[in-house]
Design a protein around this ligand. Structure first.
Ligand SMILES: Nc1ncnc2c1ncn2[C@@H]1O[C@H](COP(=O)(O)OP(=O)(O)OP(=O)(O)O)[C@@H](O)[C@H]1O
Length: 275
């Protein structure tokens, strides 16, 4: 069974079309990233897949069921990390995670989950005393405590420091390696490049490109730009074979640079952020 299958998804708010015919499929154990500017329709899409929002039209199957109709057993197989942080009652990290574990038929071990999000040293601290990034890690812990087959992560690492982000990436990779399917939205292109097996770039409610982080939008075929400076000035050459160009440079060439388009270049072109 394909964990996520979406075809022709549409959602309007009043007269405004937020999602305008999105189709995508995510395979078991795959990490799939949705990228796109603010207001592109990522959260609306993910909320429909979570069963938190109704669609206007389109076919949606999540773990084999229509999220608009699925019941508690389906919900227990899904982990969700929302954009907004969990309300922190007067509970410690360990109490909070244990409390949530009781909602699921086959939860993971709370202490193991706390360790996997790097919060062991804060397990006894009240959640409301944690920093923003630490609270976000509690959100992630609550998203995976139910041992879900599928995890939705809406901008999961916002507010994480660089080390915490890398620890989080390792956690997500290990979940995927164990067969968990991951759908995440992110504004960090390095996060998508580091984590995603496949990704879709969404703009104006439509998928404008999809593929792997190294091939999306024609990245694999894109030419390299070689720049250098010599006594005649600055030179720039676009080429498929940068090594050959470098081999022909004069001995006084300085400041040699070979640059290939990055995911960020492709992304900015596709969303029309530059001409
Ligand atoms: N409840 C709502 N009522 C009316 N319009 C809405 C509602 N929710 C979202 N929208 C609009 O739908 C569009 C898509 O919003 P959505 O939250 O899906 O975008 P997003 O890609 O997740 O953005 P961000 O990156 O800022 O989280 C936006 O223009 C937003 O203003």
């Amino acid at each position: 069974m394909t964990p996520i299958e979406v075809h022709g998804l549409r959602k309007t708010y009043g007269g405004f079309t937020a999602v305008d015919g999105i189709s995508l499929s995510v395979a078991a154990g795959e990490i799939f990233a949705l990228l796109g500017p603010n207001g592109a329709g990522k959260s609306t899409t993910i909320e429909i897949l979570e069963g938190h929002r109704r669609r206007d039209s389109g076919d949606v199957l999540v773990l084999g069921e229509d999220p608009g109709l699925a019941g508690r057993r389906w919900r227990a197989r899904i982990g969700i990390v929302l954009q907004t942080a969990t309300d922190a009652a007067d509970l410690t990290v360990r109490e909070t995670v244990r409390h949530y574990a009781r909602f699921y038929p086959t939860p993971r071990d709370p202490d193991e989950v706390i360790a996997s999000v790097g919060l062991t040293s804060k397990a006894g601290a009240l959640v409301r005393t944690l920093s923003g990034g630490q609270r976000r890690r509690v959100d992630v812990a609550l998203g995976i405590i139910g041992n879900p087959a599928l995890v939705f992560l809406d901008e999961p690492t916002t507010g994480f420091d660089p080390e915490a982000r890398r620890q989080f990436w390792a956690l997500i990779r290990s979940l995927a390696a164990d067969g968990t399917t991951i759908l995440l939205t992110t504004h960090y292109l390095d996060e998508a490049a580091a984590l995603a097996d496949r990704l879709a770039i969404i703009a104006g409610g439509r998928v404008v490109a999809d593929g792997t982080p190294s091939t999306v939008g024609g990245l694999a075929q894109a030419q390299a730009t070689v720049t250098w400076r010599d006594s005649a000035g600055l030179h720039e050459v676009r080429t498929d074979t940068p090594n050959t160009v470098v081999g022909t440079l004069p001995p006084d060439a300085l400041d040699l640079q070979i640059r290939r388009p990055s995911l960020e270049d492709v992304y900015l072109d596709l969303i029309g952020a530059r001409s």
